[in-house]
Ligand binder design. Structure first.
Ligand SMILES: [Zn+2]
Length: 391
């Protein structure tokens, strides 16, 4: 599967195909009968040849939305939720994001790094080779910078290509009385420092009930654009604050969640080329209504699928599991789900060198113990990975 497809064959399947790689990059893809001639034409020295025995070969999976750097355990909240408590009720009782702040702030950098490496290795075992990781569980300027540095180091140790993102998550409890000053600190100090120190390439803001208002979010996103950083948004998970339109106006790379989004915003997202990131694990676990996938599809908004790996609403790094939820609960096709964890996910991160098997792309490869792409969501929960190859 190349994920460089046409309308008739969105995944670009090549039966009995071959991939030539050199120096960590794909140099040729095509029918295996043509591989020897391609080697000669491209002047590629014959090296190691691996026969995959007819197994499915795909690009490495790209998880474009995770919160993988945190400490603490919130499984008790899962139990409460299973008994019927809502996200907002749990947050009001001191749970939710606030419950992760204490353990994360108290953890040493080396502990956070070890925890993050463990999560990245688990993700790699299910096929993920690129992982976006957001900060957002310290919420002080110094602490958020620390989390972003941890992400970079953990990626190097785990063999994971990482994309750190600054997430302005919520106003921390100790700053609720002076939230204007807090938002000013984010916009005027944290965002420019992240840009200067090259600790992240984009700024995400959680604009929703219980998080940042539309005006506060706008101030932070404007600071991001001024600092040369890309814009992303947690938007419309619980309520439509008009943030999706705002993201489109900023030319955002992605809006994520969008369970609640207006028709006008969908048109604006399509015009801006902004990716809508579907997070079915969190949506299903929180028992929220699904996003309007049909409307997004009809408008031509690109759809990515991500894990939303986080300690509260979606404590899983498995993209194959998200593909199953996307197809069974969100009404996405198998092809959409695959593109959502490969090519479109890379686009949500502003990357064009992965998520596809094509000349010039990184040679991040996954070999599956399956022959057809549908087998991966179909056999949900199964471990179908034969091997994951990165360089
Ligand atoms: Zn999230």
């Amino acid at each position: 599967m190349t994920c460089v497809g046409s309308e008739a064959d969105p995944l670009g399947m090549i039966s009995d195909g071959a991939v030539l790689t050199e120096a960590g990059h794909v140099v040729w893809v095509g029918p295996s009968a043509d591989a020897a001639a391609a080697c000669r034409a491209l002047d590629v020295l014959p090296g190691e040849r691996v026969d995959l025995g007819g197994r499915l070969l795909t690009p490495g999976l790209v998880d474009c939305h995770t919160h993988a750097v945190f400490a603490g355990d919130r499984s008790a909240e899962f139990a409460l939720r299973a008994r019927g408590a809502t996200y907002l009720e749990i947050a009001a009782a001191g749970g939710g994001i606030a419950a992760t702040l204490g353990p994360t702030r108290a953890a040493t950098e080396s502990t956070l790094e070890r925890l993050t490496v463990d999560r990245m290795q688990a993700a790699r075992a299910t096929g993920t080779t690129t992982m976006e990781v957001k900060s957002g569980y310290d919420l002080t300027v110094a602490g958020e910078l620390k989390l972003l540095r941890v992400v970079g180091r953990a990626g190097a140790r785990a063999g994971m290509s990482v994309v750190p993102t600054l997430l302005c998550h919520v106003v921390p409890p100790e700053r609720k009385a002076d939230r204007d000053a807090y938002v000013g600190e984010l916009a005027d100090v944290l965002v420019p420092t992240v840009a200067t120190d090259r600790l992240a390439t984009s700024v995400d803001v959680y604009c929703d009930e219980g998080a940042f208002t539309r005006d506060e979010s706008e101030r932070i996103w404007r600071a991001a654009v001024d600092a040369g950083l890309a814009v992303r948004g947690h938007v419309g998970q619980f309520s439509d604050q008009g943030a999706a339109e705002l993201c489109a106006a900023f030319g955002a790379l992605s809006v994520d969640h969008v369970e609640q989004v207006s028709d006008d915003a969908i048109a604006a997202l399509a015009a801006a080329g902004t990716v809508a990131v579907m997070l079915p694990g969190a949506c299903v676990q929180l028992r929220l209504p699904p996003p309007p996938v049909e409307k997004l599809r009809a408008a031509g908004v690109p759809l990515a699928v991500a894990s939303d790996l986080n300690p509260g609403s979606s404590c899983s790094s498995s993209l194959p599991l998200q593909m199953w939820l996307a197809t069974t609960h969100f009404g996405m096709t198998v092809e959409e789900a695959w593109l959502g964890v490969t090519r479109v996910a890379a686009r949500a991160l502003g990357l064009v060198d992965r998520g596809v098997l094509a000349p010039g792309a990184r040679a991040d490869l996954v070999v599956w113990n399956a022959e057809q792409p549908a087998a991966i969501p179909y056999q949900y929960g199964a471990t179908l990975i034969d091997r994951v190859v990165t360089h």
